[in-house]
Design a protein around this ligand. Structure first.
Ligand code: AMP
Ligand code: MG
Length: 343
């Protein structure tokens, strides 16, 4: 199959919508990361997403809608807290887990009694959903085990020959996947941190829990609230280590580790902030330390770049785990197998 990449315009959206309606797959932009979209109400189409990604069948998909009216048929009820979150943060980078209605197939929910729903802020994504006339199920458009794609080029690298079309809307604004919030109980729980932060949820509801597995690895046989938590996430070929502490201590510890590794014949690379000077050492930028949103936007592209360059050791500066920084530390932590060193 030939994969074409088309810049977003009315014609390309119409073509992509036609592919979705016919049961095909489209690489689609959203403000979080690029998605691999199919008609959420067509189980056959949904199953082909899992095949294209090599995604484990027990990891459910998020259903994307373009308006609030599309939600009622997909769920059994909408708790009050969920309504408040929708009003506050949709369209935007937040997925709500709700009790699912029968029209949502097991192919989407991976057999669970719930469904994740999101209304993306990306105009292109909502235009595609509207044009297709059906909600779109879409996981991140990477092959399973690779970092999520934040450009159409990343999608092409992973999906060339596997899908007919990719819509190109440039670099993703947020850069990490949506916040996943379990809204089925009394107190909403953040299962995966993202662009809608615990602080933002707390400001709306007065309280917000964060699942303990956001910053810690799973123990053998432990039960999880979200299947995605138990799947091995992307870790670069390079051994990855995170340093946290005062800026000066972190810079010195990373520089020392780097020099020692180089003497041992390794190919080290630093993922660090613009303000921090590592001399002539090999470095990929996480942006300014004052702008954790930049780190979120750049992290996945930097992790892809590491592997392309054949680096064998990645030394990362930690971000403060508050606000969007929690999402950055969750993704960085998983890439590093939570090897976090305090200095
Ligand atoms: P992705 O689409 O690749 O960003 O992954 C979707 C994430 O949402 C995964 O971590 C899933 O485990 C999680 N998710 C989707 N649906 C549900 C659900 N019904 N219950 C709990 N977690 C879910
Ligand atoms: Mg994913």
């Amino acid at each position: 199959m030939k994969t074409v990449v088309k810049p977003v315009d009315a014609q390309a959206i119409a073509e992509a919508a036609q592919i979705i309606r016919a049961g095909g797959l489209v690489g689609m932009p959203t403000e979080t990361v690029y998605g691999l979209g199919a008609d959420a109400l067509n189980p056959q189409a949904v199953r082909s997403i899992f095949a294209a990604k090599d995604r484990p069948a027990d990891n459910p998909l998020i259903v994307h809608v373009s308006s609030l009216e599309e939600i009622a048929p997909l769920v059994r009820e909408i708790p009050e807290a969920a309504t408040l979150l929708m009003e506050a943060f949709w369209p935007g980078p937040m997925t709500l887990i709700l009790p699912k209605a029968d029209c949502v197939s097991d192919a989407v929910s991976a057999g669970l009694d719930t469904v994740g729903i999101r209304m993306p802020a990306s105009d292109a994504a909502r235009a595609l959903i509207r044009a297709a006339g059906t909600p779109i199920a879409a996981p991140s458009a990477n092959r399973s085990g690779k970092p999520s794609p934040t450009t159409a080029q990343h999608v092409f690298e992973d999906m060339d020959g596997r899908i007919p079309m990719i819509l190109d809307d440039g670099e993703c604004e947020v850069g990490v996947e949506s916040s996943v919030i379990d809204a089925t109980g009394e107190t909403p729980i953040i299962l995966r941190p993202g662009g809608i932060t615990p602080e933002m949820v707390k400001a709306v509801l007065g309280s917000c829990e964060v699942d303990e597995h956001v910053m810690s690895p799973l123990k053998e046989g432990e039960l999880v609230r979200s299947p995605g938590m138990k799947h091995k996430h992307y870790s670069p070929e390079a051994k990855t280590v995170i340093y946290e502490g005062g800026a000066q201590q972190v810079i010195e510890a990373i520089a020392a580790h780097y020099d020692e590794a180089e003497r041992m014949g390794e190919k080290p690379c630093i993922l660090g902030f613009d303000e921090h000077d590592f001399g002539t050492r090999n470095k990929l930028s996480l942006g300014s330390e004052k702008e954790p949103r930049e780190a979120a936007k750049r992290l996945f592209a930097a992790l892809r770049e590491l592997d392309e360059r054949g680096e064998t050791l990645a030394l990362c500066e930690a971000v403060e785990p508050t606000g969007i920084g929690l999402a950055v530390m969750n993704r960085m932590g998983r890439a590093a197998g939570f090897d976090l060193r305090r200095v």
